[in-house]
Design a protein around this ligand. Structure first.
Ligand SMILES: [Cu+2]
Length: 66
């Protein structure tokens, strides 16, 4: 089941790249879909969601469940 996160600070493609690599760092198997305009990240196959949200916060992109 896919998890959708709202990442308010993700404004552009550079943000999207940082967000993607933060997620891949803790969930390399996941499939990530980024919607920059909607500030949303859809992640499929995420193992431990709290690892992902922590990695995003550490990267400067705090995420909330959307
Ligand atoms: Cu940006």
């Amino acid at each position: 089941m896919a998890t959708v996160l709202k990442v308010e600070k993700m404004h552009c493609r550079r943000c999207a790249k940082r967000v993607t690599s933060a997620i891949m760092g803790v969930a390399p198997q996941s499939k990530i879909d980024i919607d920059i305009e909607g500030r949303r990240v859809t992640i499929d196959g995420v193992g431990n969601l709290s690892d992902v949200t922590k990695a995003l916060a550490d990267a400067g992109y705090p995420a909330q469940n959307a």
